[in-house]
Write a protein that binds this ligand. Structure first.
Ligand code: VGL
Length: 192
């Protein structure tokens, strides 16, 4: 049997109902990240990689809602992961739980044992990132991961942008690439 490779992790960022079509802060085609994320997580389970998901997990009132429609309030349907996402064996990091911050970065998150993502990723060298949204939480995740000197792979087919301004998503991708992210997709990773 192959040794589990704990030097690689997959991080799925905020694939939650409110960021999908019909949700409170719907990202265009947001639901289309679910299938590629499922494929990558399945591959990662077989390889024995570390599996992480982040979720926006806001209180009812937060300064974050001065900027954004109310979304991903703790315990609501909108805050649940998309129903087609297979979350088996994946550690969930909740973020944005204070009423004073935006909570964009999964590195601010904690799991249900109050462990930080940094501690969970102990020993990891490379991270594959996908999810929602390219220009906010995915961007924050990738830039923070690069700061921590991980090798970071952005899964292009597994991200979608809010695009408040046209091109925001594209600009964020270019910014991540300039910062050192390796741009790839699930086909390249899975070899199909
Ligand atoms: C996000 C906008 C507001 C995200 C969260 O998950 O990318 N975007 N809050």
């Amino acid at each position: 049997m192959k040794m589990p490779n704990k030097e690689t992790a997959v991080l799925g960022v905020d694939p939650q109902n409110d960021f999908c079509p019909g949700g409170a802060l719907a990202v265009r085609e947001g639901d289309q990240v679910i299938e590629p994320l499922n494929k990558v997580f399945e591959h990662a389970r077989r390889q024995g990689w570390k599996l992480a998901l982040s979720r926006d997990w806001h209180p009812e009132e937060t300064v974050h809602f001065d900027k954004w429609p109310i979304h991903c309030v703790q315990g609501t349907t909108g805050a649940k992961f998309h129903p087609d996402l297979n979350t088996d064996g994946i550690t969930v990091f909740s973020k944005g739980m204070e009423d004073i911050d935006d909570g964009y970065s999964p590195f601010e998150g904690i799991d249900d044992g109050e462990r930080k993502l940094d501690d969970f990723l102990d020993g990891v060298k490379r991270i594959y990132v996908g999810g929602l949204a390219t220009d906010y939480c995915v961007r924050a995740a990738v830039l923070d991961a690069i700061k921590r000197e991980y090798e970071v792979y952005l899964l292009l087919d597994a991200v979608r942008a809010v695009d408040l301004e046209e091109q925001d998503g594209q600009k964020a991708i270019e910014e991540m690439e300039r910062a050192g992210a390796i741009i790839t997709d699930t086909k390249e990773l899975l070899g199909n």
